[in-house]
Design a protein around this ligand. Structure first.
Ligand SMILES: [Zn+2]
Length: 574
């Protein structure tokens, strides 16, 4: 950085690239999520190699902010599509979660380095959570389709895609998978840390010995882990077996998530005998003289648990997620008898059973129990539900899916009736961003999210799909409905978007107009009420009835500000 405050490559320092202030002064994780994970991985390496405690303290603060306020239950990070980055504390929207596959990978890299610098298993807890959930959800079971973003809820609009042009995630996944063995073990002098449980054989070199460790296990489907220790020479050393946070009643090492109720403990034997161990930094430490063929049996409690989020996470209020071991579950419409997801709630304490399904989704342990379904008239009925690991969702075509499931009827949503708007096709006609481009360069694009019938709670409610005019500011922007047939209509209700973003704020427009389709041209409606631009409510416009096949909003954005629409309803003429 030069004294002018501009970086040497000429770009202005910004939160986007985490150079808004020196790392030593940073308290909060902000900006582009993948860049953040990589940057702090590098800082952790520098801190470890130089023994620089100031860097490490800064990193610890930033990590606490990430793990305590900005970490998805899947281990994903980065809630916002805009800027592919972090939102404010506790903004962990599920439907619109960005959670780039690369960001979950970067989270593994960073946490692995934090572990190496400290020997604390809390970092491995975050690593394992990302590994089994938010990272591998990025790849299809066929291995050739990829998610860029990994939402925790879907109406069926999401799908993994084949190799794509901006191919950061697919290449990153292949690089990452090859690195997984590195995260299993670590050594310190003659001691050995076991961080991950995977059926495997490892050759390990310590300061004064060599050993082979064979793991026999069906983890993560089963909690029984058998380790055979084969030291080249008999030696006294400590075997540090990671007892995952989830097996100690602690889904994450912060107060961001907690289990409902108490869980069972783990058991540990050596050569069939109960053994002395002490807990240290999340590890069961067994220090003894190890001989060839010594057998360690660790049994972790694979119970089905409900998880609740810190109440400050608005989008998870009144909901619970379901976990078993390190695996986060979801419900997908295909497994439900009524083929829907959002009409259901699963009260706290609902009994659930795990079911081995070797034929399903390459072999999974599924979960089942009785949920409640809410109908439009308010009736509640009992329906069986089936849950699958989140990482394998969307492998049987597009589907409704949810990780966070309501626990009470007030948070469930009965299937809404179709409306003129919900049946319409949504599009925008956009001039190129360059000011001097010809009008013919205007493009027509699909828009999304304004007619999904999810009711916004406020103008900054980005928890469900919405439309935004990304990177536009101060311009006139459009959004149109193409109806499935002509309708007589006499009004609209528009819920404007309004929230802060470091790459430009989204504000209600300065003004707007509404047009209807008349043959091939658009004509302005004859409004009988004023055009309003209020925040946090629907802006209703009434007009002289017209029969038309489409409506178009033309919004004049405020100077220097962007904008968007969360929801747009169409009112039929009486
Ligand atoms: Zn990526």
């Amino acid at each position: 950085m030069e004294e002018t405050g501009r970086c040497t490559d000429g770009h202005a320092p910004s939160e986007y690239s985490q150079d808004h202030k020196p790392i030593l002064q940073q308290e909060e994780i902000v900006g582009h999520a993948v860049r953040a994970g990589y940057l702090y991985s590098g800082v952790a390496d520098v801190a470890a190699l130089t023994g620089d405690t100031a860097y490490f303290h800064a990193l610890s603060r930033i990590w606490e902010n990430m793990a305590g306020r900005k970490l998805y239950i899947t281990g994903g990070i980065g809630s916002r599509a805009q800027g592919e980055g972090f939102g404010p504390d506790y903004e962990l929207n599920n439907h619109t979660a960005y959670c780039e596959t690369c960001a979950a990978i970067a989270n593994v890299y960073w946490n692995h380095r934090m572990f190496l610098a400290t020997g604390d298993s809390k970092y491995e807890d975050v690593l394992e959570r990302a590994l089994y959930n938010g990272v591998i959800s990025g790849v299809s079971l066929s291995g050739d389709r990829f998610f860029y973003d990994n939402p925790l809820e879907s109406m069926g609009q999401h799908a993994r895609q084949a190799w794509f042009g901006c191919a950061c995630c697919p290449g990153n996944v292949t690089r990452f998978m090859a690195s997984v063995p590195h995260y299993m073990y670590a050594t310190q002098k003659n001691d050995v840390f076991v961080n991950l449980y995977v059926q495997s054989t490892a050759e390990i070199e310590t300061q004064k010995n060599q050993l082979e460790i064979r793991q026999e296990t069906d983890y993560p489907w089963d909690g029984k882990i058998s380790l055979t220790i084969e030291p080249k020479k008999k030696q006294t050393f400590a075997l540090r077996l990671r007892i995952p946070g989830w097996a100690q009643n602690r889904p994450v090492p912060t107060d961001l998530y907690h289990y409902v109720g108490e869980g069972k403990g783990f058991t540990l034997t050596v050569n069939g005998q109960e053994t002395d161990y002490r807990m240290e930094n999340g590890y069961a430490v067994v220090r003894r003289k190890w001989n060839k063929g010594d057998r360690v049996e660790l049994n972790l409690p694979m119970e089905v648990r409900q998880v609740e989020a810190n109440p400050q996470v608005l989008d998870d209020r009144g909901k619970a997620a379901i976990e078993r071991g390190p695996i986060v579950y979801c419900i997908e419409d295909k497994d439900q008898p009524d083929s829907t997801v959002f009409n259901k709630f699963i009260p706290i304490g609902t009994p659930m059973a795990s079911v081995c399904k070797p034929e399903t989704l390459n072999g999974i342990v599924g979960l089942t129990g009785m949920a409640k379904a809410l109908s439009r008239n308010g009736d509640v009925t009992d329906v069986p539900f089936h849950a699958i690991p989140y990482s394998v969702w969307n492998n049987r075509g597009n589907s409704q899916m949810a990780v966070w499931i309501p626990t009470a009827p007030s948070y469930a949503r009965p299937e809404p009736l179709p409306t003129i708007a919900s049946k319409a096709r949504t599009l925008m006609i956009q001039a190129p961003i360059q000011k001097d481009a010809p009008e013919s360069a205007a493009t027509e694009a699909w828009a999304w999210g304004v007619n999904d019938q999810w009711e916004p709670k406020r103008s900054s409610d980005t928890s469900k799909p919405y439309h935004y005019w990304w990177l536009r500011n101060g311009t006139e922007e459009t959004l149109a409905y193409e109806f499935d047939q002509p309708y007589a209509v006499s009004g609209v209700e528009v819920y404007w978007l309004d929230f802060d973003h470091y790459d430009g704020n989204f504000r209600v427009p300065a003004s707007w107009k509404l047009f209807y389709k008349d043959g091939d041209s658009w004509k302005e409606v004859e409004a009988t009420t004023p055009y309003t631009v209020d925040k946090d409510r629907y802006n209703r416009l009434d007009f002289k009835p017209v029969t038309t096949t489409g409506l178009k909003i033309a919004a004049q954005l405020q100077r220097g500000e962007s904008g968007g629409v969360i929801e747009w309803k169409v009112i039929p003429a009486k």
